[in-house]
Design a protein around this ligand. Structure first.
Ligand SMILES: [Mn+2]
Length: 442
């Protein structure tokens, strides 16, 4: 499975980021790149903080996801500087002293109070591209997020370095561990909440450490695309289980979905198997030069072919796509870029100068419209759902005859099916990051 030590790849990664940053600064006419890690945010009229979320621009440079009030400074031609916030604090656990594969590449300054960073930042904020959120402002260092810099960096983040891919493979190993535990819990009759806990326990990450909130639903709940209510008791009888859950590895995400049928529900299992087979073909279509928009449209036709085979629609896949019937059964995009963010940046970017590649008409939820390039990691996540709200619209639009409603009634208690893997685009064949991990973990 080609597991590589990220530490051995970090120096190369830093070199790539340095070159990108140098170019972005030159384009923007800046002398320094300044990236705050972000601050804690507090609930209104309260002293309780929200879970800290690191600035993604910071964690692409450093595998540090729990280091608020810190700063990265890059000046072309110099070693990068890290202002490392390690307070004296007996209320909380403070970050460990800097250690790890990245340390030797930085000039590191420990600060004990956030404002001590000011003395370590460049002299003139006006000469800095400062990438961050407004709350990170410190003195004159107010994030300015110059478009020209952000567009350039975001565009190039579309293609992952070997270091990033190594971390994403680690995120797959962790996520699949959780998926295996979740399936076992489902087979044992657990509730959604219990399955969620089994997942977190197997991954070794709690809800705030995961790259996104677990989506897992039993029976009809599988039809809610982002169902996160986590019912405390298992419905009876159990028919189906959909889980969309990932894991983090030093801030890099996995995003994996599987669907299961309870034993004795052979026809729904057959539908899962059909989607699973189609999904693997879609994964294999991830190739350099291929337009992801086309992959999305092809997925509609493939999925509608399955619904035709199962007697759910009465018209051809092409007709179902043209009339919008297919969007009632497959109402989301075929996938997205993934990396330091689960929905990674620049999915619509036309180029390194910005600009936007629009979605195809009638597909408002597609999150990636770029042509695939080697190094991109995308999700491939086809789904079929039985969602009353959308099916009512099919009737209202006068397309009711396109659907066999008895078959919809049959499948509605199962909610739906979604299968999702990560796929690395290469110079040659697609590299599915997820499937070999499921196979290796038995
Ligand atoms: Mn996804």
């Amino acid at each position: 499975m080609n597991q590589q030590d990220p530490g051995a790849l970090y120096s190369h990664h830093l070199g790539v980021l340095t070159r990108r940053a140098d170019e972005a600064l030159a384009r923007g006419g800046f002398d320094h790149l300044v990236v705050p890690s972000g601050t804690q945010h507090y609930q209104v009229f309260d002293d309780r903080d929200y879970p800290y979320a690191v600035n993604p621009q910071f964690k692409t440079w450093l595998p540090l996801t729990k280091l608020p009030y810190s700063w990265l400074i890059h000046t072309p031609g110099r070693r990068p500087t890290l202002v490392f916030y390690q307070p004296f604090d007996y209320w909380h656990v403070v970050p460990d002293a800097p250690s790890g594969w990245w340390v030797e590449h930085f000039d590191i300054h420990i600060i004990r109070k956030p404002e001590e960073a000011l003395a370590l930042l460049p002299k003139d904020p006006a000469r800095c591209a400062i990438l961050g959120e407004p709350q990170s402002a410190l003195g004159g260092f107010v994030p300015n997020n110059p478009d020209v810099v952000i567009h350039y960096l975001d565009w190039h983040r579309g293609c992952k370095t070997p270091y990033e891919i190594a971390l994403m493979r680690q995120a797959q190993v962790l996520g699949v561990r959780g998926h295996k535990a979740a399936e076992a819990a489902f087979r044992a009759g657990a509730s959604e909440f219990e399955i969620h806990m089994a997942y977190c326990s197997a991954v070794g990450q709690d809800a705030n450490e995961l790259p996104y909130g677990n989506i897992l639903g039993l029976n009809e709940h599988a039809a809610v695309l982002h169902y996160t209510d986590l019912g405390r008791s298992a419905p009876q009888p159990l028919r189906s289980f959909l889980i969309d859950a990932g894991a983090s590895a030093h801030g890099y995400a996995s995003d994996i979905t599987r669907t299961y049928a309870a034993s004795g529900h052979g026809e729904f299992q057959a539908l899962i198997d059909a989607v699973d087979g189609a999904q693997q073909k879609m994964c294999a279509a991830v190739r350099a030069g291929f337009d992801y928009k086309q992959l999305h449209v092809d997925a509609h036709l493939s999925l509608m072919g399955i619904l035709k085979d199962f007697g759910v629609i009465t018209v051809s896949p092409e007709a179902a796509l043209a009339t919008g019937v297919s969007a009632a059964f497959f109402p989301h995009g075929i996938g997205h870029l993934i990396g330091a963010q689960v929905h990674d940046v620049a999915g619509f970017a036309a180029g390194e100068h910005g600009g936007r590649v629009e979605r195809p008409a009638g597909h408002p939820y597609l999150r990636l419209t770029r042509v695939l390039e080697p190094g991109m990691v995308v999700t491939i996540e086809p789904g079929l759902y039985f969602i009353d709200m959308l099916l009512d619209e099919v009737k209202q639009a006068g397309n009711g005859a396109s659907v066999n409603w008895d078959r919809v009634d049959f499948f509605r208690p199962y909610g739906g099916v979604r299968i999702e893997d990560e796929v690395l685009c290469t110079d040659g064949e697609a590299d599915n990051l997820t499937r070999p991990v499921f196979a290796a973990q038995g």
